[in-house]
Ligand binder design. Structure first.
Ligand code: PEP
Ligand code: CO
Length: 527
C-alpha cells in the first residue's frame, strides 16, 4: 500500500484539504503547504479521504519517477499554459465517458467488437476538413465490414483530436550532416522542422485548440449526417486485382448494402440508429502536464450506463452530497487514454496518474511486459476489477505473438480481471528497407492479427478489438496488400512524421480479412 501512498508516512495531518490544491502545479510544494491539525477522528477520516484524493488527482504523479520526461527551460511559460488549460472547458463529458465504459464492458464480455484507429502522430496541420472526413469515412466503412464479420455492434474510437505527443527512443536525433538536434516529440511539444525542435510550452495550449476544432468538426459532421447509412458509400474496390479477392470483397459490400436496404424496407431504419453513429476520441496519455491540466473533478452523471447496446441507463437516486461517492477525476481531453509501452512501469508517474481517472484506459502490452508486471498493473489501475475498464493492447510482432500471448491470457484469467483484449499489429512489426525507410508489411500486420484471433479462440478467450495506425489518404508508407506496394514504391507518397500508416485501401482490406476470419469461425460458409 505504501508504494502508492508515498505521503502516508507523514505524521502531520492536514487541516485544509481543499483550497490550496489548485494554487500550485508542483506536487512537492503542494504537500508542504499543510499545517498541523487539531486531533480527533473527524480529522483522521478526512485525512484518509484527502490521501485517497490527492494520490488519485492530477498532482500525485509528480512524486514518482517518470519516463519520457520533458525538461522545460521556461517553467513560467509552462505554469501559464497549465493555468490556461485548467480553466478551459472540457472537450468531452462525464456522460460520454460512462457511455464508452458501458460499451467497453460489452466488448470485454464478447457482445461488441472494438475498432480503434488513426494516425501515429497527429499533426496540427491535420486539423482540416479533408483529413478529418477521410478518416471518419474510413473508420465508418471498416466498422460496417466488422459488424458484418463479427455479427455484433462495433464500438469506434478514433486516434484523433489529441494524439499530439510521441514517445521517442532517444531524446536526440542525428542529422544527415552528423549534427544532433532534439528529437521530434509531437506537435504538442516541438515542431518537425529542424529549426522548431526547441520545446515550446505554448504548444500545450495550441494542442487543446486543435483538439477542440477537430472534435467540433467531427461532432458537427456526425450530427449533420455524414455517417447516415442511407447515403450510398463509395467503396472504391477497383484496386483489387486478384479476381477471387475482388469477388469476396464485393460479396461483403453487397451483403452490407442488402442489409441496409432490408432495414429500410421494413421501416427499421426510422428510429435514428442509421442516421448517425458514436465515434469516441483517444490518444496516448504521455504528456502528464497536459493530461493533469485537463483533469477535472466532476460529479458522476446521474444516469450511468450499464450497457450501451440498447440498455436503459441506471438512474442514481441518491441525494448524498458526499464527494467520495458522487464525483471522480475525469480526463476531459478524450474519452479514452492509453499508456504506452515505454511508460507503463507500475510504480512510475504515468501509472500513478492513470490509476486515478474514471475514463476507460488502455495499457500497451509487449515482449518486455512480464507476467508479474501485467497482473500488478491491473490490480493498481483497477482494484475493483471493473469489467472492461482496462483494455490490454497487445503488440508483440508476428514472430513473438504465439510465444507470448497465451501466457498473458492465462495470467490475466487467473488474476480474475476481465479486460478488453485488443490487438495492435502495427508496433511490433516495424522494419527498415534497404535504403533505411521505416515501414511495415501488410502481411506481417495481418499475420499478427490472425495469430491473435486464433490464439484467443483456442484458449476460450475473446479478442475484442483491433488498434491500427491508418489514414484515409492514399499514402505509401506500408508495403503489400492488394495495392501491391513494394519497398521501392514507398517514396512516392511517404508522409508520416512518425510510424508508417496503413492507407485507406490497406485498412479496408484488413477489415475484410478480419471479417472473413470471423465468419469462417462462426459457420462453415466462407466469404
Ligand atoms: C503508439 O501507439 O503510437 C506507440 C508509440 O505504441 P507503443 O507504446 O506500443 O510503442
Ligand atoms: Co506509432
Amino acid at each position: 500500500m505504501l508504494l502508492f501512498f508515498p505521503e502516508a508516512h507523514q505524521t502531520s495531518l492536514p487541516v485544509a484539504y481543499t483550497n490550496s490544491r489548485q494554487s500550485s502545479i508542483s506536487g512537492r510544494s503542494f504537500y508542504t503547504q499543510w499545517q498541523l491539525p487539531t486531533t480527533g477522528r473527524r480529522h483522521v477520516s478526512r485525512y484518509l479521504f484527502y490521501l485517497s484524493c490527492v494520490t488519485k488527482t492530477s498532482t500525485a504523479w509528480r512524486s514518482k519517477p517518470i519516463k519520457q520526461e520533458v525538461v522545460y527551460d521556461d517553467q513560467l511559460a509552462v505554469n501559464k499554459a497549465v493555468t490556461k488549460l485548467t480553466n478551459l472547458p472540457p472537450l468531452v463529458t462525464a456522460h460520454e465517458i460512462w457511455k464508452l465504459r458501458a460499451s467497453l464492458r460489452d466488448v470485454a464480455l464478447g457482445k461488441s467488437f472494438l475498432l480503434q484507429g488513426g494516425d501515429c502522430a497527429e499533426l496540427f496541420s491535420y486539423c482540416n476538413a479533408g483529413s478529418i472526413d477521410s478518416k471518419t469515412k474510413l473508420l465508418l466503412q471498416m466498422s460496417l465490414v466488422l459488424i458484418y464479420g463479427a455479427n455484433k455492434p462495433v464500438v469506434r474510437i478514433a486516434r484523433m483530436a489529441g494524439q499530439y505527443a510521441k514517445p521517442r527512443s532517444s531524446p536526440m536525433e542525428s542529422q544527415p550532416d552528423g549534427t544532433k538536434i532534439p528529437s521530434f516529440r509531437g506537435d504538442i511539444l516541438n515542431g518537425f522542422p529542424a529549426e522548431e525542435r526547441a520545446i515550446d510550452p505554448g504548444r500545450l495550449v495550441e494542442a487543446y485548440f486543435h483538439s477542440a476544432a477537430t472534435l467540433n468538426y467531427l461532432r458537427a459532421q456526425l450530427a449533420s449526417g455524414v455517417a447516415d447509412l442511407h447515403n450510398p458509400l463509395d467503396w472504391n474496390l477497383g484496386h483489387v486485382a486478384d479476381p477471387d479477392l475482388a469477388e469476396r470483397y464485393h460479396k461483403i459490400v453487397d451483403s452490407i448494402a442488402e442489409s441496409l436496404r432490408f432495414m429500410r424496407t421494413i421501416g427499421a431504419d426510422t428510429a435514428g440508429q442509421l442516421q448517425t453513429v458514436d465515434l469516441y476520441t483517444s490518444h496516448e496519455g504521455l504528456l502528464l502536464e497536459y493530461e493533469s491540466a485537463m483533469t477535472r473533478q466532476l460529479q458522476h452523471p446521474r444516469n450511468k450506463f450499464t450497457a450501451c447496446a440498447g440498455a436503459a441507463p441506471v438512474v442514481n437516486n441518491s441525494d448524498s452530497e458526499d464527494d467520495e461517492d458522487e464525483s471522480g477525476h475525469y480526463n476531459t481531453s478524450a474519452h479514452f487514454l492509453w499508456v504506452g509501452d515505454r511508460t507503463r512501469q507500475p510504480d512510475h508517474a504515468h501509472i500513478e496518474y492513470f490509476r486515478g481517472i474514471v475514463n476507460p484506459i488502455g495499457i500497451k502490452v509487449g515482449p518486455t511486459t512480464s507476467v508479474t508486471d501485467l497482473c500488478e498493473l491491473l490490480d493498481v489501475v483497477n482494484p475493483d476489477k471493473e469489467i472492461g475498464k482496462v483494455t490490454l493492447i497487445t503488440r508483440y510482432g508476428q514472430d513473438k505473438v504465439s510465444d507470448l500471448l497465451p501466457t498473458h491470457i492465462k495470467a490475466v484469467r487467473e488474476s480474475g480481471h476481465i479486460v478488453v483484449w485488443q490487438c495492435d499489429p502495427m508496433h511490433g512489426n516495424t522494419r527498415s528497407t534497404a535504403t533505411g525507410i521505416k515501414t511495415r508489411s501488410f502481411s506481417a500486420v495481418f499475420n499478427e492479427l490472425e495469430a491473435s484471433l486464433r490464439i484467443h479462440r483456442a484458449l476460450g478467450s475473446i479478442l475484442g478489438g483491433v488498434h491500427l495506425e491508418l489514414t484515409g489518404d492514399a499514402v505509401t508508407e506500408c508495403t503489400g496488400g492488394s495495392v501491391g506496394l513494394e519497398d521501392e514504391d514507398l517514396g512516392s507518397r511517404y508522409e508520416t512524421f512518425c510510424d508508417p500508416r496503413l492507407n485507406e485501401k490497406q485498412a479496408l482490406e484488413l477489415a475484410f480479412l478480419i471479417a472473413g476470419f470471423q465468419r469462417k469461425g462462426r459457420s462453415s460458409v466462407a466469404v
